[in-house]
Design a protein around this ligand. Sequence first.
Ligand code: NI
Ligand code: MN
Length: 227
Amino acid sequence: MKNTYTWYGHATHGLKVGENRLLIDPYFTGNPAASTTAERVEADYLLITHGHGDHIGDTVSIAKRTGALCISNAEISTWLRGKGVKTHAQHIGGGFRHPFGYLKLTQALHGSALPDGSYGGNPAGFLITAPDEAKIYIAGDTGLFGDMRLIGDEGLDLAILPIGDNYTMGPDDALRAVKLLRPKRVVPVHYNTWDLIAQDPVLWKKRVEAETEAEVVILKPGESLEW
Ligand code: NI
Ligand code: MN
């Protein structure tokens, strides 16, 4: 089975697992780095890590147009259900076998207020085990935490990590995260969207590949990685 990861810019991700099209943190409207639009993108599932505007983004409009199932924590799921979209609530540490694979919510050190000020519960990351056993970890917005070692024990094929600093891990802590997570490949995200999170991914790649076994794959918004 073929899996495809696509970076749509900032922290908006596509994941095609077999025939299932996942869209994670679908932020297109107002995203200076977006490689497509909320009107054009297709999805069967929308996965939301936390309530911040640059993550919940266009979830409601895309869910209404496509009929995609929205998967998030209980608080965000309740908020989304109130907007008339289909939801499936999970929570930190809990996994569920969806048609695209087994999805477990992981902890993230961050906030999660929704754009209208509603309480969005605790922020999450996603650990996806595809039907072919490929393991993909999307950290979401987070600071470094030592229990990334436990997530790494699962044996990660791909880790998607923020490196932008200011709001999330910066390059130094993201390098330490790679050492804990021990993924085969890592894609840096959540950088260069705005000046405040400007980073040099080429420099980061050199540092990570000098100090770990991981391969760093630098994507431009709209580019994909297949395996
Ligand atoms: Ni955030
Ligand atoms: Mn963010």
